[in-house]
Design a protein around this ligand. Structure first.
Ligand SMILES: [Zn+2]
Length: 164
């Protein structure tokens, strides 16, 4: 199908508040931190942004439409499961993941010590090599509503290529 040929790029963004007593799961990895992302699912803003980048590139519905927060099926859901479901749809649409790049902006948990684990975990979830997934942490320089560790904002970009 000619519509499926070539490469497609997708951009994703997500933001979650960080709240005490929540596990701090980002990029499919649990970070040791006193606060974690609030949300209907496990709140993994990194995987949510990656999901939106994938759906954007593949021309699928966005994450809120695919997994509505009014649907109890997804209450407390492991975002890795959501990503797996989206990846199946991406493959079903005739695409494979070329690479994914992620920026995590937060003054909550430190990202640098966990970059390697996040890359490995996301590569596993996306069925690609580790060097096809990158992650960078950014400080917010004490600016804005997310300063002081109040939240986490994530941008993700991905490239898809047609199946073979
Ligand atoms: Zn989210």
């Amino acid at each position: 199908m000619s519509r499926r040929s070539g490469q497609r790029i997708g951009l994703g963004f997500d933001v979650h508040r960080l709240e005490p007593g929540r596990p701090c799961i980002l990029g499919g990895v649990e970070l040791p931190h006193a606060t974690g992302p609030a949300g209907h699912s496990d709140g993994d803003a990194v995987l949510h942004a990656v999901i939106d980048a994938l759906t954007g590139a593949a021309g699928l519905d966005d994450v809120g439409t695919l997994f509505p927060d009014t649907d109890p099926t997804w209450e407390g859901a492991d975002s890795a499961r959501l990503l797996g479901s989206v990846l199946e749809r991406v493959h079903g649409a005739g695409y494979r993941v070329v690479n994914v790049d992620v920026v995590i902006a937060t003054e909550g948990p430190r990202i640098a010590p966990h970059r390697a684990a996040m890359r490995a975990r996301m590569a596993e979830l996306l069925a690609v090599e580790v060097d096809a997934v990158n992650v960078k942490g950014k400080s917010l320089e004490g600016l804005g509503a997310l300063a002081g560790g109040a939240g986490v904002a994530v941008e993700a970009i991905c490239l898809l290529a047609s199946g073979d």
